[in-house]
Design a protein around this ligand. Sequence first.
Ligand SMILES: Nc1ncnc2c1ncn2[C@@H]1O[C@H](COP(=O)(O)OP(=O)(O)OP(=O)(O)O)[C@@H](O)[C@H]1O
Length: 233
Amino acid sequence: MNTLLEVSDLRAGYGRIPILAGVTMTMAEGEYLGILGHNGMGKTTLLRSLMGQLPATGGRVAFLGTDITRKRAHERARMGIGLVPQGREIFPDLSVHDNLRMGLAAARSEDLSVIEAVLEDFPRLTPLLDRRGGALSGGEQQLLALARCLCTKPKLVLLDEPTEGIQPSIIEEMIETLLALKKRWSLSLVAVEQNLEFITSLSDRILKIQKGRITGEAGREELLSGQAGMGAI
Ligand SMILES: Nc1ncnc2c1ncn2[C@@H]1O[C@H](COP(=O)(O)OP(=O)(O)OP(=O)(O)O)[C@@H](O)[C@H]1O
């Protein structure tokens, strides 16, 4: 498998406050990578930094062999990186269909067949296409945010705490959808989470983040057997 993402000693923060204190990690094309960490450990900061929304103050990020450390978010989006932010950030006053069209517009596309193709993996959204985004349940909004991101045809999706405040039945559906996407679209994923079950069901590998650094890999067996709960992270 080719290397998709190579992050070396990445540093970033807000103003003078350093948050990422030298993140180093590598992932292969087609891999689903989970990153597990408590509140405030830098998970969102890492994803924003990988997306280019937050400039690196040190280190290097390479995507498919190209150095993207200084590239801005829209350039990274064009290269195939998509972010589904925490809190979803859908457009509440636009219909579900128009939200998806905003995804297309972000990719400078008018090809509506992309929306149809994406909807095949999101049957729950099809009967809701005319409904206002803001009138969807939290779980439906999360599915919409993911579907909208897919309309940009990303190779790599960065998913920020998708299970936050969402019913278990929709979490199950999200896991099934993401696993189907992995096969059908050869998608790669970095998901940051605090939900152990979600991350273990989905990920090929799970890394632990602590105080802005990757501190090691969490074994899936170990996590599933409850030997290494969040207390061990
Ligand atoms: N815009 C900002 N300005 C200043 N500090 C920030 C900003 N955003 C986040 N921080 C700080 O950076 C640190 C890491 O935050 P981050 O959101 O990356 O953590 P997280 O692991 O995603 O946590 P959570 O699970 O609570 O979302 C925290 O101490 C947070 O207070």
